[in-house]
Design a protein around this ligand. Sequence first.
Ligand code: EPZ
Length: 420
Amino acid sequence: MKREILRIRGGRPLFGRTEIRGAKNAVLPMLAASLLTPEPVTVRNCPFITDVDDMVCVLRALGADIERRGRDIIVSGSPSLTEIPPHLACAMRSSVFMLGALLAERGEVRLFTPGGCRIGARPLDIHLDGFMRMGAKVEFAEDYILCHAEKLRGAEIVLRYPSVGATENLVMAAVKAEGITRIIGAAREPEIVSLVRLLRKMGAEISGEGTPLVTVCGTGALDGATVTPVPDRIVAGTVMAAVAVCGGRVELSGADSSSMGAVISPFLGAHTFLVEHGGSMTFESDGMLSSTDVCTGPYPLFPTDMQAPFMACQCYASGMSTMRETVFEDRFSHVGELVKMGAKIALAGNTAFVDGSAGMHGAELRAADLRGGAGLVVAALGAEGESSVSGVRYIDRGYENIEETFRNLGGNIALESVTV
Ligand code: EPZ
């Protein structure tokens, strides 16, 4: 059987320029939102990643017309089906984002138990509680959830946790509901603000996005629109992590520093330098990192998606660092792999204690989820000797040609096909 692995020889500094494309976690809900109108919705500057490809497959399976013009995706037509294909729902968590749009558009949606990365239970109670508050009925079967509603009505919904997906789903369900919906305790991520910008262009009446209180006034039919999603702050942060570990100077073209405060701050110190210039950022590091204590949390705190890439940096930082993961309960799959490289990491509950004094060497590594895999690539780029990283399919879900990105910056990395 053929399997792809990344072959990495670390220790080379990174120099040059890389393009930061539209954020995966903005593009996916935007594609779901396109189901709210039969008119063409164009999402521009999409990354070539498999989560977007899978989402396009789901939209096609639901009966939408899709056209891809380079990095632009144009969706038109109405969903004729309301069942998300099982083989796709299990492939990725993002199929969950269809719930709100299909419920609003068709009054019914059947979702098979969604898949995606194994980073915890990832229940849907916050989404479903909100739909029920809006008048939907929810039925649970062994391996699927059925939601239906004659007509959704506006409601006051308090989220017990600022869930990104639940906030997005409830906003999309509310745009055509009868009356006003207030979402209290909403998530504030930049990707949500980006989604709302699209919905507003389509004619939706929404206010408060990016704050804990989002208000939606239900309207009638929505129009088509064209939107450019926010740039991917996690891809930008991952490239910064590689520069921090390897040393060098890289321009992150298209990165938006205004939404990256918490991502950037742990990187800043005596050995790094960041310049923001007209829609781009240039990050420089001499590769000598200082220890840092980091805690993940909902925006505007340090994003959980940067936890693994930044922990790779902590493995090279002099002294003891800590990484506390408060968003997902099982997001340390990369720790065992970093230890194979010589990292000294102790886990206590949701906190990792990283002693950066140990030297890191190449090893055979296995990615088990998207961001954990990216963290292993960052660590391997800085390590003495050669590493291999399997499970590339996880990384391809959220990073476009990660090997090309780092090879173009001077990294010694190649994608190989091996027979196992
Ligand atoms: C989104 O996932 C992102 N995915 C994730 O990115 C990201 O890590 C996460 O938000 C947090 O920022 C997309 O946008 C496609 P949540 P989502 O609902 O919406 C619990 C990546 O690598 N929860 O904010 O699924 C949940 O279990 C991915 O790009 C409930 O308990 O995340 C988790 O512990 C990974 N009940 C916490 O809330 C619910 O109904 C945060 O989840 C919903 C969530």
